[in-house]
Design a protein around this ligand. Structure first.
Ligand code: 5AD
Ligand code: SF4
Length: 452
């Protein structure tokens, strides 16, 4: 390639799948001579990798585009060129609208098309405006390069994409398409490469990751449980996680793996969305609270130290005071280590967006959200507090904000800060937790002598 050292700036919104996708885009474009940089100034190409799940997602994209446009104009005034691209779920959902409203955007492409990036970039470089929001019949995974960008020692590995569940509030089945699982061999190869590059932890990703059913040898389907068993045997890999799961797909074999595989971290994000069976039904969640509690109980039996996080939607259309109380009650029953809660807001094109008449008034929804978050903050603080005095293995992956400080993750995904030598970055080290805060822990590194 003659166009070496072009600068690529990617801004990523949203979930870990998007972070993974951004890394892969940067891998693909490095073959075209693009080097990924941390700031938009002077970039030759900017990609906004967008997320459609949050409220006003499209507005946020347009205001960011407004800022980037200034950089493009400056560069062009100086005789340079810049490609502005919008990727991800907003691009998928609003592609035509973006091209129409933002004439300075050259490329709009959805999450299933990243393998076609080189072709799109060449077209855009030639002055063409490119829109690509197909769900192609070949998987993008079959065409991504082997090369990998990993940051720190914890890597993401996307194993499954899309969702067939059609919860009535959710855009994912429309923006990411139907469920697709990669083949087990492909995933194993990628996991080996990540470990060779220094990954100590792999987080297996998918919108509905525990529905994973990749093709194995002789066409036999491999489930997530078997995949975790195989991945955990890779020498040098210390930690495995997976996210995000649906309660309906937590089968007994997967639950068993939590007891069997020590490398599988004792922390699971298992969204439930509501504690009211009536609301769960209206959400088309395909499970009731009893199934969820049953899964939690079985997991605790298999792995007594397991901790949970979840997602709750507050103020779904038709949610009464009692339904909301049921959500509080479910959260109290489970006792979370952390939990996300979101005020419901309609996403265009989803079935729940038609439930206008049953909308919960804004001030009531806000009040409920506040109460819910207060409960969760209490639970999180209590969970963090319960770690005081314990020795936990911490994977250090970066420097902390303060001089001489390191930042790492506990098995429960808590942020842990200690004073220590930078050489510990990229290692798992025992830390005695001395103090818990609402959102993090601090502690002291346990010297070999201390543990006798
Ligand atoms: N309104 C509020 N929250 C939503 N989520 C998804 N769609 C909506 C919506 N329309 C939340 C769900 C999901 C998380 C990623 O975002 O809780 O699990
Ligand atoms: Fe969306 Fe998750 Fe429901 Fe699928 S299971 S539709 S990704 S909330």
């Amino acid at each position: 390639m003659t166009n070496a050292h072009k600068k690529l700036f990617i801004k990523t919104w949203g979930c870990q799948m998007n972070v993974y996708d951004s890394n892969r885009m940067s891998d693909i474009l490095s073959a075209l001579g693009y080097k990924t940089v941390d700031a938009p100034e002077g970039a030759d190409m900017m990609i906004l990798n967008t997320c459609h799940i949050r409220e006003k997602a499209t507005d946020k994209v347009f205001s960011e585009l407004g800022r980037l446009r200034v950089h493009k104009e400056e560069k062009e005034a100086a005789g340079g060129k810049m490609i502005i691209a919008v990727a991800g779920c907003v691009a998928q959902a609003e592609g035509d609208f973006i091209l129409e409203r933002a004439p300075y955007v050259s490329m709009v492409f959805g999450p299933q098309t990243y393998h076609e990036l080189p072709e799109m970039v060449i077209k855009a470089g030639g002055g063409e405006r490119v829109i690509n929001t197909e769900f192609p019949s070949v998987s993008k995974f079959d065409h991504l390069p082997d090369q990998h960008t990993i940051e720190g020692s914890a890597a993401y590995l996307s194993i499954q994409e899309g969702c067939d569940k059609f919860c009535t509030f959710c855009v994912v089945p429309y923006t990411r398409g139907g469920e697709y699982s990669r083949s087990a061999q492909e995933i194993m190869d990628e996991a080996h490469r990540l470990v060779d590059q220094g990954a100590l932890e792999i987080m297996l990703l998918g919108q509905n990751v525990n529905a994973f059913h990749g093709a194995g040898k002789n066409g036999r389907a491999v489930g997530l449980a078997e995949l975790i068993r195989n991945i955990s045997e890779i020498k040098g890999l210390e930690r495995v996680r997976y996210s995000t799961s649906h309660p309906r797909d937590m089968d007994d074999d997967l639950i068993r793996v939590h007891g069997e595989v020590q490398k599988l971290m004792p922390f699971l994000h298992l969204p439930v969305q509501s504690g009211s069976n009536k609301i769960l039904e209206a959400m088309n969640r395909k499970h009731k609270t009893d199934i969820y509690l049953d899964v939690i109980a079985k997991l605790r039996k298999a792995r007594p130290d397991i901790a949970f996080s979840s997602d709750y939607i507050i103020g779904f259309p038709g949610e009464t005071d009692q339904d909301f109380e049921d959500s509080l009650e479910l959260a109290r029953t489970v006792g979370y280590a952390s939990c996300y809660s979101f005020k419901y807001s309609a996403r265009p094109g989803t079935p729940a967006a038609n439930l206008q008449a049953a909308l919960v008034p804004e001030h009531i929804a806000s009040e409920r959200l506040k109460r819910f978050q207060a409960l969760i903050n209490e639970q999180q603080a209590a969970f963090n507090k319960s770690c005081e005095g314990k020795v936990l293995p911490i994977l250090f992956d970066r420097k902390g904000r303060k001089q001489g400080q390191l930042s790492g993750r506990s098995p429960y995904s808590q942020s842990v800060y200690v004073n220590g030598n930078e050489r510990l970055i990229g290692n798992i080290v025992d830390v005695k937790i001395t103090e818990a805060f609402d959102n993090s822990l601090t502690g002291d590194i346990v010297m070999a002598d201390d543990v006798a």
